[in-house]
Design a protein around this ligand. Structure first.
Ligand SMILES: Cc1cc2nc3c(=O)[nH]c(=O)nc-3n(C[C@H](O)[C@H](O)[C@H](O)COP(=O)(O)OP(=O)(O)OC[C@H]3O[C@@H](n4cnc5c(N)ncnc54)[C@H](O)[C@@H]3O)c2cc1C
Length: 392
């Protein structure tokens, strides 16, 4: 089989890239190890930056998001038992959209299939070769287990942090920048009325908690926990009472416990691989970088990468220009590092770090007080949260 761009991975990066390429008349094939149902149900991120929202709308895949998504114009930072609001709209004129990543994935898969595009689910044993040639090839076993190959002009490695594309680049080519945090997030999805319309990021001596939501009846919440946390030791009652303890204070939000429909522990890591290109292989999304979820940036960065990559492929196929391909990595990394900084900063300000004492906690409280009382500091948080401009 032959195509122009072979895409490994049907997450937000791979699906959005295929969609943008289709709109430019460029052919692609997506290869995905998981089944369609699995990728459509995978609960992950849920906050879309303004730029992501605009791109989904402008390219014709924002209709369901506009009907079902929830526009948020601010967040609460909670510390010392009190909540203080950062008003994004007033500070930046922008907001964010709460709409689950799996819903974005469903919309992109539906658009792809409607447009007659190809997604090969349930493949296995993916490998890439010929990355320094003009005929890079993806080998795999199809859903029936038969060996197959896809010969391409280019390969887009959109296969996430644990994928094979980054790992196929020869040793010594890449530089890796990594930080693993000494804590994780225990995330739950519950059939329970959200305590309020906007997100609450709470710093507490017992550890960080984030109160979020997916709809007017589904709450999404996270508790800072140990990376080795055994989920079996967290029955529903313990989760609800721990969240209540971390929210306690003067204006305690009204928690309405309900059935917990999903639980999981997510590791916290900052990671960047440079450059994001090797020959005819281009890395995008989590295959090239990971952020701790505190800044709500993972999916947004994945979408931002493929927006740049699709533009580079478009100018190559339109007029043979390689400039966009050659600058892809630098253009993306410039914004990625600023977003890494923001995600690291939010994580540092809001979590309890083992081995630190009351002094460090008082410094965190002072910083939160400053961020919520200085217009300049609030604006810094707001403009990063709603998403830095492209080319910034
Ligand atoms: C468990 C988890 C929870 C998260 N929660 C949050 C959150 O709450 N908030 C937040 O902001 N961000 C969160 N994130 C981050 C965010 O979801 C990611 O940044 C986003 O999914 C990145 O999209 P992507 O397309 O680059 O990668 P992915 O979504 O990981 O997609 C990669 C795809 O490639 C496929 N694949 C992998 N290997 C191969 C192969 N060899 N061949 C073919 N296909 C392959 C995978 O099955 C997957 O479908 C979370 C991430 C994880 C892993």
């Amino acid at each position: 089989m032959r195509t122009q761009v072979g895409i490994v991975g049907a997450g937000p990066a791979g699906l959005m890239l295929a969609h943008l390429l289709h709109l430019q008349g460029i052919e692609s094939v997506i290869l995905e190890t998981r089944g369609r149902e699995y990728v459509e149900q995978r609960i992950r991120a849920g906050v879309l930056e303004q730029g992501t929202v605009d791109l989904l709308r402008d390219t014709g895949v924002g209709e369901r998001m506009d009907r079902q998504g929830l526009v948020h114009e601010g967040i609460d930072l909670r510390f010392g038992g009190r909540s203080r609001r950062i008003d994004f709209n007033e500070l930046t004129g922008k907001g964010v959209m709460v709409y689950g990543q799996h819903e974005v994935v469903k919309d992109l898969i539906a658009a792809r299939l409607r447009d007659g595009g190809s997604i090969l689910f349930d493949i296995s044993e993916t490998s890439v070769e010929g990355l320094e040639s003009d005929r890079p090839t993806i080998r795999y076993r199809d859903a029936r287990g038969e060996p197959a190959e896809l010969v391409c002009d280019f390969i887009a490695g959109c296969d996430g942090f644990h994928g094979i594309c980054r790992a196929s680049i020869p040793d010594g080519v890449m530089s890796y920048y990594d930080r693993v945090y000494p804590f994780a997030w225990l995330g739950i999805l519950a059939e329970s009325k959200p305590v309020q319309e906007e997100l609450i990021y709470a710093n507490h001596e017992r550890g960080f908690t984030l109160i979020s939501l997916r709809s007017p009846t589904i709450t999404r919440m996270y508790l800072q926990c140990d990376p080795e946390e055994d989920i079996a030791e967290w029955p529903d009652d313990r989760i609800w009472s721990e969240i209540a303890a971390r929210l306690a204070g003067e204006d305690t939000p009204d928690l309405v416990p309900g059935p917990i429909i999903s639980k999981g522990v997510t590791a916290m890591r900052s990671f960047v691989a440079e450059p994001m290109r090797f020959g005819t292989l281009f890395l995008a999304g989590d295959s090239a970088h990971i952020v701790p979820p505190t800044g709500a940036k993972g999916m947004n960065l994945a979408i931002a990468d493929v927006r740049v990559l699709a533009g580079a492929f478009a100018s190559f196929y339109r007029d043979g220009s390689r400039d966009g391909l050659d600058t892809y990595s630098d253009v993306c990394l410039n914004r990625i590092w600023k977003t890494q900084r923001f995600s690291w900063w939010m994580t540092s300000m809001l979590h309890r770090f083992e081995g630190t004492g009351p002094f460090e906690h008082r410094v965190q409280l002072a910083e939160l007080d400053y961020v919520t009382s200085s217009r300049a500091a609030s604006t810094t948080l707001a403009e990063n949260y709603v998403g830095l401009p492209f080319g910034a």
